[in-house]
Every structure is written in C-alpha cells, then in structure tokens.
Design a protein around this ligand. Structure first.
Ligand SMILES: [Zn+2]
Length: 330
C-alpha cells in the first residue's frame, strides 16, 4: 500500500469515527430534550392559543374538522365553552353570552332558543331568565328538590318538595310575635335576633303571620283560593301543595301588628328589613322588580332564611334566590 493510499484510508476512518461521535451526542441530546414532545408541540397549532388546555386537544381537532372555517383561536374558545357538545359554531353572539357573570356553559342551547323567541332582550336578561328556568313551564317541567342542599334547598314552581317535612321545627315564642307558629330552629333563632335588633333600633315589633306549612295545610289553602278566586289567581299568589317555600320551615311571612300584607311595603319596618335582614341571614324572597324571575308577584312580607353569608351575597349582587341557586348551588 502506498503512503498516499494509507493516508486516504486513515482520513476515511477518522471521518467515520467523527460521524459516530457526533451521532452519539446528537442522540443523547434528542432524548434529553424529549424530542418527540418537542416535535409534537411544534405541530400542535392550538398550543400557542390563550386558554389552551392540553386535555382538550382531541376535541379541538374534531371541532376544527366540524367547523374548518373557524380561526384557531375560536376553535379553542369554542371547545373551552363546550360548544362542540352542542354542535354549535363559535360566533360573536355566543361570545357575548359567555362574557356575562352568570353564564352557564350547560345552558347555551337554551339561551339561544330563548333568544330566538325574545330577540328584544339583551344577553344579560336572557341569561337571568333562562337560569331562573323561565324557558320552562310552571308546575309542568319540575324536578324534585335536592333536599341534601339543607339550608339552601329550593322550592318554587320548578322544584317540588313532595311531602317533605323538616325535622327541627320549633314554635316561635309568643313574646316575639310568633302566633304559635312553627319554623325550623335555625330560622327561629335568626328571626329572634332580627326581632331584637329592629326593636332596639326603631322600637318596632315584628309579627309572624305564617311560617311552616305542611303539605296538607298548603293543599287546603290552595284549594280554598282556587274555589274562591279561580286557578289563575291562586297560581299567582299561592303555591300548589309540595311547591311552597313555607313547607321548608325556612320561610316567614313577617309584618308588624299595625300593618297588613297590603300596606306593609309602605312601613318603616319594611324599609328596615330590606336594608338589614341579610345581616340576620334572611332575604326578601319575592322582590318587586324580579317577580318574573321567581315565579311570584312582589311579596313585601315573605322572607327566607339562607344564612348570613348567602344572604349577604344575594343582597350585594342584587339577584334572586333562583339565580343564586342555579349559578352557585346546583
Ligand atoms: Zn309567604
């Protein structure tokens, strides 16, 4: 072998060794950086979008194939709002709904249907009404009340108590205007605190006109109303048996001894209760301008115990118990 040939041979060998060394380092580096993940990320166009959730990647992909004309950003927003579950295309209208404080993902198809029939209403109003179930029919589309919610159980024209009976009823003491009526213990104690507070501040004495009413009692009452004033009047002012909040033991009809139901709203006691009842855990249950949300006309006398924290939140947010329940409790 010539010297020249030997040299050529050696450089070939060196070259191969160099490739091996480089290859070895490159190989190590690939695994260090988890190259497969890096490549995947590079090709995941959704991952750069605000709000991207890697758990939803397969849903982004199928939503994208369902609506190929949507921007990638709107694909991510749409799936994050669960629109793929309803085969709905993300658009400005849905975007406006989704920005509302009380927007519920599960209700989007109902918001849109309600909007179709009531297009004079703004997004916020539609959300308030649908969240309060006003797209459903009173006493027809009802479900059983979830009694496990305890103090926050709801009874209205969409939630049925059946023959539920509270197990902690006590008599409201007569020295607190109790009229021998009964309510749940926690409600009675909160009422007594409120009674003492208003008496101390204004010298007014509250009186309870109605408190716990059993299923049977409500049945008699409702049937009397129907016989006297007709079913339409009865449904507006009274509840069908099993649907009355009085059956929970958490509701009190409060006035003073000098006022009637009709003029109670013009009294100092009413003003005081509206401003202060939340401090004792009560809410004005059927407020005047929200009668359509609760299913009842304004009742200046009907107060419901929900506990101080919830009552304060409802007072501050100026919402009804229907809205509170559907958004925060259910
Ligand atoms: Zn009442």
């Amino acid at each position: 072998m010539s010297r020249r040939k030997k040299k050529k041979h050696l450089s070939k060998l060196l070259f191969i060794v160099l490739i091996f060394i480089l290859g070895f380092f490159a190989y190590q580096n690939l695994f260090k950086n988890n190259i497969i993940e890096v490549i995947k990320q590079e090709y995941n166009i959704y991952s750069k979008i605000d709000g991207y959730n890697k758990e939803l990647l397969s849903r982004y992909k199928s939503y994208n194939s369902l609506f190929p004309n949507l921007e990638i950003e709107d694909i991510v927003k749409g799936v994050n709002l669960d629109l793929d579950k309803y085969n709905l295309e993300f658009d400005d209208n849905i975007n406006n709904f989704s920005k509302d404080t009380y927007y519920k993902k599960d209700n989007i198809d109902r918001y849109l249907a309600y909007q179709d029939d009531n297009n004079e209403l703004d997004h916020h109003e539609i959300i308030r009404r649908v969240n309060s179930n006003l797209d459903k029919e009173f006493y027809v589309d009802y479900v059983n009340t979830d009694l496990s919610k305890g103090l926050l159980m709801i009874a209205n024209k969409f939630y049925y108590l059946g023959d539920y009976e509270p197990d902690d009823l006590i008599t409201i003491p007569s020295e607190y205007g109790g009229n021998s009526l009964k309510a749940s213990e926690i409600t009675v104690n909160a009422y007594i605190n409120m009674y003492n507070a208003i008496k101390e501040e204004t010298n007014l004495k509250l009186k309870v006109n109605s408190a716990y009413r059993s299923y049977q009692r409500q049945k008699t009452l409702y049937n009397d109303y129907v016989n006297r004033n007709g079913i339409e009047w009865a449904d507006k002012w009274s509840a069908k048996p099993g649907f009355s909040e009085h059956q929970t033991g958490l509701a009190l009809d409060i006035t003073t001894s000098s006022a009637t139901f009709d003029n109670f709203e013009d009294t100092e006691a009413y003003d005081w209760l509206v401003d202060n009842c939340y401090k004792y855990g009560f809410i004005l249950r059927y407020p005047s301008d929200d009668y359509y949300l609760t299913g009842y006309n304004f009742e200046s006398w009907h107060f419901r115990y929900v506990g101080v924290d919830v009552a304060t939140k409802i007072y501050n947010e100026k919402i009804t118990f229907e809205e509170y329940y559907e958004y925060y409790v259910k």
